[in-house]
Design a protein around this ligand. Structure first.
Ligand code: NAD
Ligand code: MG
Length: 404
């Protein structure tokens, strides 16, 4: 029996994980669940899964959650506050921690899980992008196991030799298994066929309507700008120890091939499946075994053709910005991530336009970072500084728009 903690249980990945757990009650048991502010959704999940611990990150909702669980006779211990996420991630009763919080808020708890030597199912790519080598090193140092849940990285993982998969730290792959490059696929998002002029005026509603995946709002906007692919490029470089020129992004609108690995002998190995996050989640939960994910199976006869094209960096500058940030190194990926989080939030609140997301990120990246050291303190400081710089940018730009 694997005991599982889900950080971000009320989100899209959280729900898919709980679905897989429900399909396999003989293998998995929920130990702890967390949410940010939606205490009612968290309470409903607690009533259904009866975790030992429930954490609500926003402390003002603690009382309501505790009251409701008391009335419904659920004995979960109720904790609150960001520091409780860190505590719960390291609790010894759990074997597995699913990192499914969105954004930088997931960094400290995910890092705590690494330091506690957990089996980590990583969906929260922002945590890895902003902390990079520090995170990978702490996985290695504390003998944690890092299993990618992001569908592309899970696909790449599945395309690797078993002996390499078994090594919790998978860095420097090319030297060890004859890998030539990674083919990272991208559906292209909702604006794949839009002109640059049309993209200036798209709304948050349109940006969040992904043609293939149903996801949280932040990652949906990231998919629309292709920043999601940029973050995934960085994620792949850190996870698999490769450089950006060993990762080629392929636009593949059908979203059936979730990524591929090319080897020196000319073989390309691909992982295919329906675009349903329950497959990579079930894969990572059960690894190295396999279980039922509850997904519909692919019918290749009904697929027709699969298409591939190169990304257009003029319409989707975020992808290029992410690659440059990783190549520059130091705290640039931290800065990129922080700027993007503020830009996406401002776009979702209709303070800035869609194409101002890359504008803001690009301008924020011009600012010098606070040193190059990838220690935790510098990472958190860079994250804070960039956010504050970007908020001022948004205020200036939004002010200009209102004045017009
Ligand atoms: P979501 O918005 O649906 O859910 C986010 C979860 O995090 C919620 O449970 C929310 O309560 C919690 N949360 C948000 N802010 C928090 C904070 N400040 N403190 C504590 N908890 C907080 O997001 P999602 O789509 O499930 O994505 C989660 C992560 O997984 C993201 O990093 C995303 O990039 C990654 N991911 C998602 C998908 C997908 O299909 N949804 C695929 C690959 C990777
Ligand atoms: Mg992905």
């Amino acid at each position: 029996m694997q005991r599982v903690t889900i950080l971000g249980a009320t989100g899209s990945i959280g729900q898919s994980t709980l679905d897989v757990i429900s399909s396999n009650p003989d293998r998995y048991e929920v130990f702890a669940l967390s949410a940010n502010s939606d205490w009612e959704a968290l309470a409903s999940l607690c009533e259904r899964f009866r975790p030992a611990v429930a954490v609500i990150a926003q402390p003002e909702y603690r009382e309501q959650l505790a009251q409701r669980l008391k009335v419904s006779g659920v004995g979960s211990e109720v904790l609150s506050g960001a520091e409780s996420l860190v505590t719960v991630a390291a609790m010894q009763e759990a074997d597995t921690v699913v990192a499914a919080i969105v954004g930088a808020a997931g960094l400290l708890p995910t890092l705590a899980a690494a330091r506690a030597g957990k089996r980590i199912l990583l969906a929260n790519k922002e945590a890895l992008v902003m902390s990079g080598q520090l995170f990978i090193d702490s996985v290695k140092q504390h003998h944690a196991t890092l299993l990618p849940v992001d569908s592309e990285h899970n696909a790449i993982f599945q395309c690797l030799p078993t002996a390499v998969q078994a090594d919790a730290y998978m860095g420097a792959l090319d030297q060890r298994c004859g890998m030539r490059r990674i083919l990272l696929t991208a559906s292209g998002g909702p604006f794949l066929g839009h002109s640059l002029a049309d993209m200036q005026n798209v709304t948050p509603g349109q940006a969040c309507r992904h043609p293939k995946w149903s996801m949280g709002r932040k990652i949906s906007v990231d998919s629309a700008t292709l920043m999601n692919k940029g973050l995934e490029l960085i994620e792949a470089c850190y996870l698999f120890g490769v450089s950006t020129d060993q990762v080629d992004v392929h636009i593949h609108p059908e979203a059936i091939i979730h990524s591929m690995v090319e080897y020196l002998d000319g073989s390309i190995i691909a992982q295919l499946g329906s675009p349903d996050m329950r497959t990579p989640i079930a894969n990572a939960l059960a690894w190295p075994e396999r279980t039922d994910a509850g997904v519909s199976f692919l019918d290749l006869f009904s697929m027709g053709s699969l298409n591939f094209s190169a990304p257009d960096l003029a319409r989707f500058p975020c992808l290029g910005l992410a690659a440059s940030a990783f190549e520059e190194g130091g705290l640039k990926p931290t800065q990129l991530n922080a700027a993007n989080e503020i830009a996406v939030e401002a776009f979702l609140q209709e303070q800035i336009g869609f194409m101002q997301i890359p504008d803001l990120v690009s301008e924020a990246l011009q600012v010098e970072t606070c040193g190059r050291g990838q220690d935790l303190e510098s990472i958190l400081e860079e994250d804070r500084r960039t956010r504050s710089w970007c908020r001022q940018w948004v205020t200036r730009v939004a002010g200009r728009v209102e004045a017009n």
